[in-house]
Design a protein around this ligand. Structure first.
Ligand code: NAP
Ligand code: MN
Length: 267
């Protein structure tokens, strides 16, 4: 088996990276940056997102796992003191795969030029630095509402505990193939009206945002943000691709949610 380790880059993560690398190569596993079967992220969620995007072109063959040295580590199952155990598990066991849904985002330019396609593990968010955004929101080809406000966020189930949660979106179990659309400070008065509630779209439903006012937009896909001008539309739906997690022991999603947001770990 071929593996690659993506480290957050701090001293502690780099040390864990070299330990894992040394032991796994000792077990005859091959360190391969280009075509890894397993990508091990050592850091926080930011590092995991970075690892995901680096190997996003290999989702059908690469599995991911996280070792947690960052702050929250929602995506990381393993703690630094468990690294030896993890090394043995990787070396000896064919691992189980757990798949989670992803979000597909297609940004089409006004000029009819080439569209940009992205996959997000957490979410896409659309804002502007110039006042408020005005979008026609279309669902499955039909006009739904005209949104005016700070912006919109479209998240995956596993991303529903990220930005989406701060926008009062629901937490969605990743066994549900869906994406969630949440508002950022919508303007609601006699003139402008939006639904106000988060919307959950199932697989095969498509949401298209069409800017009504020509602005430059800040479009964020997970941990990186870019400025776009001349945007014709932003299309979002559940992607056909999925992320594959390598699982060596069960870690139910609701336990992960509880441990991250409700209870202190009582070990
Ligand atoms: P960051 O500023 O370090 O992320 C903010 C926090 O969100 C960190 O504590 C991060 O965990 C955590 N996080 C990331 N993905 C999560 C998930 N799926 N569930 C629960 N918590 C999650 O930036 P980053 O590490 O590059 O992560 C980017 C993500 O941060 C975005 O995709 C977005 O979901 C989230 N974010 C949230 C807000 C907000 O809540 N107001 C604002 C901006 C971005 P670690 O500490 O382990 O990195
Ligand atoms: Mn972070």
């Amino acid at each position: 088996m071929k593996f690659k380790i993506v480290s957050k880059g701090d001293h502690r993560s780099n040390k864990i990276k070299s330990t894992i690398k040394e032991y796994l190569t000792g077990f005859d596993l091959i360190y391969d940056k280009k075509e890894p079967d397993l990508v091990i992220s050592v850091g926080g969620d930011g590092t995991f997102l970075e690892a995901f995007h680096r190997y996003v072109h290999r989702l059908d063959t690469t599995a991911f796992i996280g070792v947690h040295t960052g702050h929250l580590g929602f995506y990381a199952d393993w703690l630094p003191h468990e690294v030896e155990k993890l090394i043995i598990e990787i070396a000896k066991t064919p691992f189980q795969i757990v798949e989670y849904p992803l979000l597909e985002v297609i940004i089409r330019p006004d000029s009819g030029g080439k569209a940009d396609r992205f996959l997000a593990l957490n979410e896409a968010m659309i804002k502007t630095a110039e006042g408020s955004v005005v979008f026609d929101v279309e669902i499955n080809g039909e006009h739904f509402e005209t949104f005016r406000g700070d912006g919109l966020c479209v998240s995956t189930p596993s991303g529903s505990t990220g930005y989406n949660k701060a926008l009062s979106g629901a937490i969605l179990h990743p066994s549900i193939d869906a994406v969630q659309l949440t508002e950022m400070a919508s303007i609601n008065n006699r003139v402008f009206r939006t639904i106000g509630s988060p919307l959950i779209l199932p697989k095969h439903h498509t949401c298209v945002l069409r800017p009504m006012v020509d602005r430059s937009f800040l479009i964020g896909i997970d941990h990186f943000t870019e400025t776009y001008t001349n945007v014709k539309s932003i299309q979002c739906r559940v992607a056909k691709e999925r992320i594959r997690f390598a699982r060596f022991r069960p870690f139910p999603f609701w336990n992960r949610v509880r441990d991250s947001f409700v209870a202190e770990d009582d070990i």
